[in-house]
Design a protein around this ligand. Structure first.
Ligand SMILES: Cc1cc2nc3c(=O)[nH]c(=O)nc-3n(C[C@H](O)[C@H](O)[C@H](O)COP(=O)(O)OP(=O)(O)OC[C@H]3O[C@@H](n4cnc5c(N)ncnc54)[C@H](O)[C@@H]3O)c2cc1C
Length: 467
Protein backbone atom coordinates (compact mmCIF):
# COMPACT_ATOMS: atom_id res chain seq x y z
CA UNK A 1 0.00 0.00 0.00
CA UNK A 2 1.33 3.45 -0.86
CA UNK A 3 2.06 5.81 1.98
CA UNK A 4 -0.44 8.54 2.98
CA UNK A 5 0.35 11.51 5.15
CA UNK A 6 -2.18 13.81 6.79
CA UNK A 7 -1.15 17.46 6.67
CA UNK A 8 -3.11 19.31 9.34
CA UNK A 9 -3.59 22.96 8.30
CA UNK A 10 -4.17 25.40 11.16
CA UNK A 11 -2.84 28.95 11.04
CA UNK A 12 -0.82 28.27 7.91
CA UNK A 13 -3.42 28.55 5.15
CA UNK A 14 -0.90 28.43 2.29
CA UNK A 15 0.89 25.89 0.14
CA UNK A 16 4.24 27.61 -0.50
CA UNK A 17 6.85 27.85 2.29
CA UNK A 18 4.80 25.41 4.30
CA UNK A 19 7.28 23.13 6.13
CA UNK A 20 4.67 20.50 7.11
CA UNK A 21 3.48 20.15 3.51
CA UNK A 22 7.04 20.24 2.20
CA UNK A 23 8.05 17.41 4.53
CA UNK A 24 5.04 15.30 3.46
CA UNK A 25 5.78 15.82 -0.22
CA UNK A 26 9.48 15.12 0.23
CA UNK A 27 8.57 11.61 1.31
CA UNK A 28 6.68 11.04 -1.97
CA UNK A 29 3.52 10.28 -0.02
CA UNK A 30 -0.07 10.90 -1.02
CA UNK A 31 -1.26 13.89 1.00
CA UNK A 32 -4.54 14.27 2.87
CA UNK A 33 -4.89 17.99 3.68
CA UNK A 34 -7.25 18.59 6.58
CA UNK A 35 -8.55 21.61 8.48
CA UNK A 36 -10.32 21.02 11.79
CA UNK A 37 -12.67 23.60 13.25
CA UNK A 38 -11.83 22.78 16.87
CA UNK A 39 -13.52 25.38 19.06
CA UNK A 40 -12.75 23.40 22.22
CA UNK A 41 -9.17 24.63 22.34
CA UNK A 42 -7.51 28.02 21.85
CA UNK A 43 -9.32 31.32 21.63
CA UNK A 44 -12.15 31.11 19.09
CA UNK A 45 -11.69 33.69 16.33
CA UNK A 46 -13.94 36.76 16.49
CA UNK A 47 -16.55 37.58 13.84
CA UNK A 48 -14.21 39.42 11.45
CA UNK A 49 -11.42 36.91 11.93
CA UNK A 50 -13.81 34.09 11.08
CA UNK A 51 -14.96 35.88 7.96
CA UNK A 52 -11.34 36.04 6.81
CA UNK A 53 -10.57 32.45 7.79
CA UNK A 54 -13.57 31.07 5.94
CA UNK A 55 -12.72 33.02 2.79
CA UNK A 56 -9.14 31.82 3.09
CA UNK A 57 -10.16 28.16 3.51
CA UNK A 58 -12.09 28.38 0.24
CA UNK A 59 -8.96 29.75 -1.48
CA UNK A 60 -6.79 27.02 0.03
CA UNK A 61 -9.23 24.36 -1.17
CA UNK A 62 -9.21 25.88 -4.68
CA UNK A 63 -5.39 25.98 -4.75
CA UNK A 64 -5.28 22.32 -3.68
CA UNK A 65 -7.89 21.32 -6.28
CA UNK A 66 -5.83 23.03 -8.99
CA UNK A 67 -3.08 20.58 -8.00
CA UNK A 68 -5.27 17.49 -8.06
CA UNK A 69 -5.91 17.52 -4.33
CA UNK A 70 -8.55 19.05 -2.00
CA UNK A 71 -9.15 20.17 1.57
CA UNK A 72 -10.96 17.89 4.00
CA UNK A 73 -12.86 20.03 6.53
CA UNK A 74 -14.05 18.60 9.82
CA UNK A 75 -15.90 20.15 12.76
CA UNK A 76 -14.99 18.85 16.21
CA UNK A 77 -12.12 18.05 18.54
CA UNK A 78 -8.78 17.57 16.82
CA UNK A 79 -7.81 15.10 19.54
CA UNK A 80 -10.68 12.82 18.44
CA UNK A 81 -10.67 13.54 14.71
CA UNK A 82 -6.99 13.06 13.85
CA UNK A 83 -6.51 9.53 15.26
CA UNK A 84 -9.84 8.47 13.73
CA UNK A 85 -9.00 10.03 10.35
CA UNK A 86 -5.58 8.35 10.39
CA UNK A 87 -7.22 5.01 10.98
CA UNK A 88 -9.93 5.63 8.39
CA UNK A 89 -7.41 6.57 5.68
CA UNK A 90 -4.54 4.28 6.67
CA UNK A 91 -2.26 7.31 7.04
CA UNK A 92 1.20 6.66 8.42
CA UNK A 93 1.93 10.17 9.69
CA UNK A 94 0.34 13.46 10.70
CA UNK A 95 2.34 16.65 10.17
CA UNK A 96 1.53 20.23 11.15
CA UNK A 97 3.04 23.65 11.80
CA UNK A 98 3.21 24.90 15.37
CA UNK A 99 1.06 27.44 17.22
CA UNK A 100 2.17 29.06 20.45
CA UNK A 101 -0.83 29.45 22.80
CA UNK A 102 -0.35 27.32 25.93
CA UNK A 103 -3.61 25.35 25.67
CA UNK A 104 -2.94 24.60 22.00
CA UNK A 105 0.60 23.45 22.81
CA UNK A 106 -0.77 21.14 25.53
CA UNK A 107 -3.42 19.71 23.19
CA UNK A 108 -0.93 19.20 20.38
CA UNK A 109 1.51 17.46 22.74
CA UNK A 110 -1.25 15.04 23.78
CA UNK A 111 -2.23 14.45 20.15
CA UNK A 112 1.38 13.73 19.24
CA UNK A 113 1.65 11.19 22.06
CA UNK A 114 -1.63 9.49 21.07
CA UNK A 115 -0.62 9.24 17.41
CA UNK A 116 2.80 7.86 18.30
CA UNK A 117 1.18 5.31 20.65
CA UNK A 118 -0.94 4.28 17.69
CA UNK A 119 2.23 3.63 15.72
CA UNK A 120 2.11 6.75 13.53
CA UNK A 121 4.71 9.40 12.93
CA UNK A 122 3.70 12.81 14.24
CA UNK A 123 5.85 15.86 13.70
CA UNK A 124 5.46 19.61 14.00
CA UNK A 125 7.40 22.44 12.33
CA UNK A 126 7.95 26.17 12.58
CA UNK A 127 5.79 27.60 9.82
CA UNK A 128 4.93 31.04 11.12
CA UNK A 129 7.90 32.70 12.79
CA UNK A 130 11.45 33.65 11.84
CA UNK A 131 12.62 32.31 15.20
CA UNK A 132 11.04 29.93 17.65
CA UNK A 133 10.09 31.88 20.78
CA UNK A 134 12.69 30.02 22.83
CA UNK A 135 15.55 30.53 20.35
CA UNK A 136 16.50 34.15 20.91
CA UNK A 137 17.77 34.64 24.44
CA UNK A 138 19.55 37.38 26.31
CA UNK A 139 23.25 36.71 26.88
CA UNK A 140 23.11 38.45 30.26
CA UNK A 141 20.10 36.62 31.73
CA UNK A 142 19.98 33.51 29.57
CA UNK A 143 16.20 34.05 29.42
CA UNK A 144 13.87 35.78 26.97
CA UNK A 145 14.35 39.47 26.20
CA UNK A 146 12.03 41.94 27.93
CA UNK A 147 12.95 44.91 25.73
CA UNK A 148 12.40 45.05 21.98
CA UNK A 149 15.57 46.79 20.69
CA UNK A 150 18.13 44.28 22.04
CA UNK A 151 15.77 41.44 21.07
CA UNK A 152 15.64 42.59 17.46
CA UNK A 153 19.39 43.29 17.41
CA UNK A 154 19.96 39.69 18.54
CA UNK A 155 17.56 38.40 15.85
CA UNK A 156 19.37 40.36 13.15
CA UNK A 157 22.72 39.07 14.38
CA UNK A 158 21.42 35.50 14.03
CA UNK A 159 20.31 36.29 10.46
CA UNK A 160 16.76 36.67 9.16
CA UNK A 161 17.07 34.87 5.86
CA UNK A 162 15.42 31.43 5.57
CA UNK A 163 15.01 28.97 2.73
CA UNK A 164 11.89 29.34 0.62
CA UNK A 165 9.94 26.48 -0.92
CA UNK A 166 7.63 26.42 -3.91
CA UNK A 167 4.72 24.01 -3.82
CA UNK A 168 4.69 21.61 -6.79
CA UNK A 169 2.09 21.79 -9.56
CA UNK A 170 0.72 18.38 -8.57
CA UNK A 171 -0.01 17.02 -5.10
CA UNK A 172 -0.65 13.27 -5.07
CA UNK A 173 -4.13 12.46 -3.74
CA UNK A 174 -4.97 9.30 -1.77
CA UNK A 175 -6.74 6.53 -3.75
CA UNK A 176 -10.03 7.64 -2.19
CA UNK A 177 -10.98 10.72 -0.20
CA UNK A 178 -12.39 10.47 3.32
CA UNK A 179 -15.68 12.36 3.81
CA UNK A 180 -15.55 16.08 4.50
CA UNK A 181 -18.04 18.42 6.15
CA UNK A 182 -18.96 21.30 3.83
CA UNK A 183 -16.56 24.24 3.97
CA UNK A 184 -18.05 27.14 5.97
CA UNK A 185 -19.31 30.05 3.87
CA UNK A 186 -17.58 33.36 4.59
CA UNK A 187 -20.37 35.59 5.84
CA UNK A 188 -19.73 39.27 6.57
CA UNK A 189 -21.85 41.01 9.21
CA UNK A 190 -24.20 43.72 7.88
CA UNK A 191 -22.00 46.57 9.12
CA UNK A 192 -18.91 45.16 7.33
CA UNK A 193 -19.65 47.09 4.15
CA UNK A 194 -16.11 48.03 3.08
CA UNK A 195 -14.42 44.69 2.57
CA UNK A 196 -13.73 45.04 -1.14
CA UNK A 197 -10.09 46.00 -0.68
CA UNK A 198 -9.33 42.66 0.95
CA UNK A 199 -8.29 39.59 -0.96
CA UNK A 200 -8.00 36.73 1.56
CA UNK A 201 -5.84 33.77 0.55
CA UNK A 202 -2.27 33.06 -0.50
CA UNK A 203 -2.54 34.83 -3.88
CA UNK A 204 -3.95 37.91 -2.15
CA UNK A 205 -1.05 37.86 0.31
CA UNK A 206 1.53 37.67 -2.50
CA UNK A 207 -0.26 40.47 -4.36
CA UNK A 208 -0.29 42.68 -1.24
CA UNK A 209 3.43 42.13 -0.69
CA UNK A 210 4.22 42.82 -4.33
CA UNK A 211 2.14 46.02 -4.38
CA UNK A 212 3.79 47.23 -1.23
CA UNK A 213 7.37 46.50 -2.35
CA UNK A 214 6.95 47.87 -5.86
CA UNK A 215 4.80 50.93 -5.17
CA UNK A 216 4.29 51.87 -1.55
CA UNK A 217 7.35 51.17 0.59
CA UNK A 218 9.19 54.34 -0.36
CA UNK A 219 9.09 56.67 2.64
CA UNK A 220 7.60 53.92 4.84
CA UNK A 221 9.59 55.01 7.92
CA UNK A 222 7.59 58.27 8.09
CA UNK A 223 4.55 57.65 5.92
CA UNK A 224 3.51 54.57 7.91
CA UNK A 225 2.00 57.00 10.40
CA UNK A 226 -0.37 58.60 7.89
CA UNK A 227 -3.69 56.76 7.89
CA UNK A 228 -4.94 58.27 4.61
CA UNK A 229 -1.96 56.97 2.63
CA UNK A 230 -1.47 53.44 1.27
CA UNK A 231 1.89 53.46 3.03
CA UNK A 232 1.85 50.18 4.94
CA UNK A 233 1.75 46.62 3.64
CA UNK A 234 -1.68 45.55 5.00
CA UNK A 235 -0.18 42.10 5.35
CA UNK A 236 -1.38 41.61 8.94
CA UNK A 237 -4.48 39.47 8.25
CA UNK A 238 -2.48 37.42 5.73
CA UNK A 239 0.21 36.83 8.36
CA UNK A 240 -2.40 36.12 11.02
CA UNK A 241 -3.84 33.26 8.99
CA UNK A 242 -0.45 32.13 7.68
CA UNK A 243 -1.19 32.90 4.03
CA UNK A 244 2.36 34.15 3.68
CA UNK A 245 5.47 33.31 5.67
CA UNK A 246 7.59 36.00 7.32
CA UNK A 247 10.54 34.27 5.64
CA UNK A 248 9.12 35.18 2.22
CA UNK A 249 8.50 38.77 3.30
CA UNK A 250 12.12 39.07 4.46
CA UNK A 251 13.50 37.45 1.29
CA UNK A 252 11.45 39.55 -1.11
CA UNK A 253 12.20 42.77 0.78
CA UNK A 254 15.89 42.00 0.62
CA UNK A 255 15.73 40.83 -3.02
CA UNK A 256 13.99 44.07 -3.96
CA UNK A 257 17.09 45.75 -2.50
CA UNK A 258 14.99 47.88 -0.21
CA UNK A 259 17.73 48.83 2.11
CA UNK A 260 18.13 51.83 4.34
CA UNK A 261 15.64 53.08 6.83
CA UNK A 262 12.42 52.12 4.99
CA UNK A 263 13.43 48.47 4.60
CA UNK A 264 14.88 48.31 8.11
CA UNK A 265 11.80 49.85 9.64
CA UNK A 266 9.49 47.50 7.77
CA UNK A 267 11.46 44.42 8.82
CA UNK A 268 11.54 45.69 12.40
CA UNK A 269 7.73 45.68 12.41
CA UNK A 270 7.94 41.97 11.62
CA UNK A 271 10.33 41.97 14.58
CA UNK A 272 7.53 43.31 16.82
CA UNK A 273 5.44 40.36 15.69
CA UNK A 274 8.26 37.97 16.66
CA UNK A 275 8.66 39.80 20.00
CA UNK A 276 4.92 39.54 20.70
CA UNK A 277 5.00 35.79 20.05
CA UNK A 278 7.97 35.44 22.35
CA UNK A 279 6.00 37.33 25.03
CA UNK A 280 2.94 35.12 24.55
CA UNK A 281 4.96 31.91 24.68
CA UNK A 282 6.72 32.86 27.90
CA UNK A 283 3.62 34.52 29.42
CA UNK A 284 0.66 32.35 28.39
CA UNK A 285 -1.85 34.59 30.17
CA UNK A 286 -0.76 37.67 28.14
CA UNK A 287 -4.37 38.38 26.94
CA UNK A 288 -5.68 38.37 30.53
CA UNK A 289 -2.87 39.35 32.90
CA UNK A 290 -0.78 42.53 33.08
CA UNK A 291 2.88 41.69 32.56
CA UNK A 292 3.71 44.28 35.22
CA UNK A 293 1.91 42.92 38.24
CA UNK A 294 1.36 46.26 39.98
CA UNK A 295 -1.18 47.17 37.29
CA UNK A 296 -3.49 44.40 38.50
CA UNK A 297 -4.45 46.70 41.39
CA UNK A 298 -5.49 49.56 39.08
CA UNK A 299 -8.99 50.89 39.83
CA UNK A 300 -10.53 50.69 36.35
CA UNK A 301 -13.88 52.39 35.65
CA UNK A 302 -16.83 50.29 34.67
CA UNK A 303 -19.00 52.51 32.48
CA UNK A 304 -21.23 50.85 29.90
CA UNK A 305 -22.31 54.12 28.19
CA UNK A 306 -18.74 55.30 27.61
CA UNK A 307 -17.75 51.87 26.36
CA UNK A 308 -20.65 51.76 23.91
CA UNK A 309 -19.83 55.25 22.62
CA UNK A 310 -16.23 54.15 22.03
CA UNK A 311 -17.28 50.95 20.24
CA UNK A 312 -19.73 52.81 18.00
CA UNK A 313 -17.27 55.62 17.20
CA UNK A 314 -19.35 58.28 18.95
CA UNK A 315 -16.95 59.69 21.51
CA UNK A 316 -17.03 63.22 20.07
CA UNK A 317 -13.31 63.00 19.21
CA UNK A 318 -13.21 62.66 15.40
CA UNK A 319 -9.88 60.81 15.06
CA UNK A 320 -10.96 58.22 17.64
CA UNK A 321 -14.39 57.90 16.04
CA UNK A 322 -12.92 57.54 12.54
CA UNK A 323 -10.73 54.68 13.75
CA UNK A 324 -13.52 52.87 15.56
CA UNK A 325 -15.79 53.18 12.54
CA UNK A 326 -13.04 52.03 10.18
CA UNK A 327 -12.72 48.97 12.42
CA UNK A 328 -16.43 48.17 12.29
CA UNK A 329 -16.75 48.59 8.56
CA UNK A 330 -13.49 47.16 7.25
CA UNK A 331 -12.23 44.86 10.02
CA UNK A 332 -9.03 46.93 10.11
CA UNK A 333 -7.69 50.08 11.74
CA UNK A 334 -4.51 51.92 10.86
CA UNK A 335 -1.76 51.39 13.45
CA UNK A 336 -1.43 55.05 14.41
CA UNK A 337 -5.16 55.28 15.00
CA UNK A 338 -5.18 51.96 16.90
CA UNK A 339 -2.75 53.55 19.36
CA UNK A 340 -4.87 56.70 19.72
CA UNK A 341 -8.19 54.82 20.06
CA UNK A 342 -6.75 52.31 22.54
CA UNK A 343 -5.12 55.06 24.58
CA UNK A 344 -8.45 56.94 24.65
CA UNK A 345 -10.27 53.92 26.11
CA UNK A 346 -7.58 53.20 28.69
CA UNK A 347 -6.46 56.68 29.69
CA UNK A 348 -9.37 59.03 28.92
CA UNK A 349 -12.14 56.62 29.90
CA UNK A 350 -10.08 54.55 32.40
CA UNK A 351 -11.66 51.38 31.04
CA UNK A 352 -9.65 48.18 31.47
CA UNK A 353 -7.40 47.44 28.46
CA UNK A 354 -8.73 43.85 28.46
CA UNK A 355 -12.19 45.14 27.52
CA UNK A 356 -10.73 46.94 24.50
CA UNK A 357 -8.58 43.96 23.60
CA UNK A 358 -11.71 41.78 23.46
CA UNK A 359 -13.51 44.26 21.20
CA UNK A 360 -10.56 44.39 18.81
CA UNK A 361 -10.42 40.59 18.92
CA UNK A 362 -14.03 40.48 17.81
CA UNK A 363 -13.68 43.14 15.09
CA UNK A 364 -10.21 42.88 13.52
CA UNK A 365 -9.58 40.68 10.49
CA UNK A 366 -5.99 40.48 11.75
CA UNK A 367 -6.95 39.82 15.42
CA UNK A 368 -3.87 37.91 16.48
CA UNK A 369 -3.36 35.94 19.70
CA UNK A 370 0.04 37.53 20.34
CA UNK A 371 0.00 40.91 18.59
CA UNK A 372 -3.34 42.08 19.92
CA UNK A 373 -2.72 41.50 23.62
CA UNK A 374 0.93 42.59 23.46
CA UNK A 375 -0.08 45.83 21.73
CA UNK A 376 -2.89 46.58 24.20
CA UNK A 377 -0.51 45.99 27.10
CA UNK A 378 1.99 48.28 25.39
CA UNK A 379 -0.54 51.12 25.15
CA UNK A 380 -1.76 50.55 28.73
CA UNK A 381 1.84 50.77 29.93
CA UNK A 382 1.62 47.44 31.75
CA UNK A 383 3.41 45.32 29.12
CA UNK A 384 7.00 44.60 28.18
CA UNK A 385 8.92 47.60 26.91
CA UNK A 386 5.64 49.50 27.16
CA UNK A 387 4.76 53.16 26.69
CA UNK A 388 5.17 54.93 30.08
CA UNK A 389 1.91 55.63 31.95
CA UNK A 390 2.20 59.39 31.37
CA UNK A 391 2.18 58.93 27.59
CA UNK A 392 -1.40 59.85 26.84
CA UNK A 393 -2.15 60.30 23.16
CA UNK A 394 -3.85 63.67 22.67
CA UNK A 395 -6.90 62.98 20.46
CA UNK A 396 -7.14 66.67 19.52
CA UNK A 397 -3.53 66.97 18.29
CA UNK A 398 -3.03 63.53 16.74
CA UNK A 399 -5.54 64.33 13.98
CA UNK A 400 -3.90 67.51 12.61
CA UNK A 401 -0.48 65.88 12.99
CA UNK A 402 -1.19 62.66 11.09
CA UNK A 403 -4.30 63.40 9.04
CA UNK A 404 -3.77 67.10 8.37
CA UNK A 405 -6.18 67.41 5.45
CA UNK A 406 -8.73 65.17 7.15
CA UNK A 407 -9.04 62.71 4.24
CA UNK A 408 -9.03 59.65 6.51
CA UNK A 409 -11.21 61.19 9.21
CA UNK A 410 -13.86 62.48 6.81
CA UNK A 411 -14.05 59.07 5.09
CA UNK A 412 -15.45 57.59 8.28
CA UNK A 413 -16.95 60.69 9.91
CA UNK A 414 -18.58 62.30 6.85
CA UNK A 415 -20.91 64.41 8.97
CA UNK A 416 -17.91 66.68 9.68
CA UNK A 417 -16.95 67.19 6.01
CA UNK A 418 -17.48 70.95 6.26
CA UNK A 419 -14.75 71.31 8.92
CA UNK A 420 -11.02 71.42 8.28
CA UNK A 421 -7.66 71.92 9.97
CA UNK A 422 -7.58 71.90 13.77
CA UNK A 423 -11.31 72.59 13.97
CA UNK A 424 -12.09 69.24 12.40
CA UNK A 425 -10.46 67.55 15.39
CA UNK A 426 -12.15 69.82 17.97
CA UNK A 427 -15.57 70.55 16.43
CA UNK A 428 -16.79 72.21 19.63
CA UNK A 429 -14.34 75.05 18.91
CA UNK A 430 -15.91 75.77 15.49
CA UNK A 431 -17.80 79.03 15.05
CA UNK A 432 -21.59 78.72 15.00
CA UNK A 433 -21.92 79.92 11.40
CA UNK A 434 -19.35 77.35 10.27
CA UNK A 435 -21.29 74.57 12.02
CA UNK A 436 -24.59 75.88 10.63
CA UNK A 437 -23.33 76.10 7.06
CA UNK A 438 -21.99 72.55 7.34
CA UNK A 439 -25.32 71.37 8.80
CA UNK A 440 -23.51 70.21 11.91
CA UNK A 441 -25.51 70.23 15.12
CA UNK A 442 -23.23 69.12 17.93
CA UNK A 443 -25.03 66.70 20.23
CA UNK A 444 -27.36 65.84 17.35
CA UNK A 445 -25.63 65.13 14.01
CA UNK A 446 -22.30 64.53 15.77
CA UNK A 447 -21.76 63.92 19.52
CA UNK A 448 -20.28 66.41 21.92
CA UNK A 449 -17.15 64.96 23.64
CA UNK A 450 -18.07 62.29 26.19
CA UNK A 451 -15.18 63.49 28.39
CA UNK A 452 -13.24 66.74 28.55
CA UNK A 453 -9.72 66.06 27.31
CA UNK A 454 -7.83 68.12 29.89
CA UNK A 455 -9.88 66.85 32.83
CA UNK A 456 -9.63 63.23 31.64
CA UNK A 457 -5.89 63.56 31.17
CA UNK A 458 -5.41 64.97 34.67
CA UNK A 459 -7.61 62.22 36.13
CA UNK A 460 -5.61 59.52 34.36
CA UNK A 461 -2.26 60.93 35.44
CA UNK A 462 -3.46 61.09 39.03
CA UNK A 463 -4.71 57.51 39.04
CA UNK A 464 -1.76 56.03 37.21
CA UNK A 465 0.67 57.91 39.44
CA UNK A 466 -0.92 56.26 42.48
CA UNK A 467 0.42 52.90 41.28
C1 LIG B 1 -4.14 48.40 20.32
C2 LIG B 1 -3.47 47.66 19.18
C3 LIG B 1 -3.93 46.41 18.80
C4 LIG B 1 -3.30 45.70 17.76
N1 LIG B 1 -3.77 44.46 17.41
C5 LIG B 1 -3.14 43.76 16.42
C6 LIG B 1 -3.60 42.47 16.04
O1 LIG B 1 -4.55 41.92 16.61
N2 LIG B 1 -2.96 41.84 15.01
C7 LIG B 1 -1.89 42.39 14.37
O2 LIG B 1 -1.34 41.78 13.46
N3 LIG B 1 -1.42 43.61 14.73
C8 LIG B 1 -2.00 44.31 15.73
N4 LIG B 1 -1.54 45.55 16.06
C9 LIG B 1 -0.28 46.03 15.46
C10 LIG B 1 -0.44 46.87 14.18
O3 LIG B 1 -1.41 47.86 14.37
C11 LIG B 1 -0.81 46.05 12.95
O4 LIG B 1 0.02 44.92 12.84
C12 LIG B 1 -0.66 46.89 11.68
O5 LIG B 1 -1.48 48.02 11.75
C13 LIG B 1 -1.02 46.06 10.48
O6 LIG B 1 -0.95 46.81 9.32
P1 LIG B 1 0.12 46.47 8.19
O7 LIG B 1 0.11 45.02 7.91
O8 LIG B 1 -0.14 47.40 7.06
O9 LIG B 1 1.46 46.84 8.95
P2 LIG B 1 2.93 47.11 8.40
O10 LIG B 1 3.35 48.44 8.92
O11 LIG B 1 3.04 46.89 6.96
O12 LIG B 1 3.78 46.03 9.20
C14 LIG B 1 4.13 44.74 8.67
C15 LIG B 1 3.73 43.66 9.64
O13 LIG B 1 4.44 43.78 10.86
C16 LIG B 1 3.62 43.34 11.95
N5 LIG B 1 3.42 44.45 12.88
C17 LIG B 1 3.34 45.77 12.60
N6 LIG B 1 3.19 46.49 13.74
C18 LIG B 1 3.17 45.60 14.75
C19 LIG B 1 3.05 45.72 16.16
N7 LIG B 1 2.95 46.91 16.77
N8 LIG B 1 3.06 44.60 16.90
C20 LIG B 1 3.19 43.38 16.32
N9 LIG B 1 3.31 43.20 14.99
C21 LIG B 1 3.30 44.30 14.22
C22 LIG B 1 2.28 42.93 11.36
O14 LIG B 1 2.29 41.53 11.17
C23 LIG B 1 2.27 43.68 10.03
O15 LIG B 1 1.46 43.07 9.07
C24 LIG B 1 -2.17 46.28 17.10
C25 LIG B 1 -1.74 47.55 17.48
C26 LIG B 1 -2.37 48.23 18.50
C27 LIG B 1 -1.86 49.59 18.90
Amino acid sequence: MSQHIIVWFRQDLRLNDNPALESALNSNAAVIPVYINDTSCGRPAGAMGLWWRDASLAKLDAALRARGSRLIYRDGKAADILPALAQETGASAVLWNRQYEADIIARDTDIKATLKNNGLDAESFNGSLLFEPWEVTSKSTGGPFKVFTPFWRACRALGLKRGLWTAPAKITPPPSWPPSDPLPQAAPLPHMDRLDDWQPGEDGARAALNLFLTQNISGYAERRNLPSEPATSRLSPHLRWGEISPARIVAETENAKIIGKDGDKFLSELGWREFSYQLLFHNPSLPETCLQEKFEAFPWRDNADDLEAWKRGETGYPIVDAGMRELRRTGFMHNRVRMVAASFLIKHLLIDWRVGEKWFWECLVDADPANNSASWQWVAGCGADAAPYFRIFNPILQGPKFDADGIYTKTYVPELTALSGKTLYAPWTAKTDMLDSGQIALGDTYPTPIVNHEAARARALERFKSL
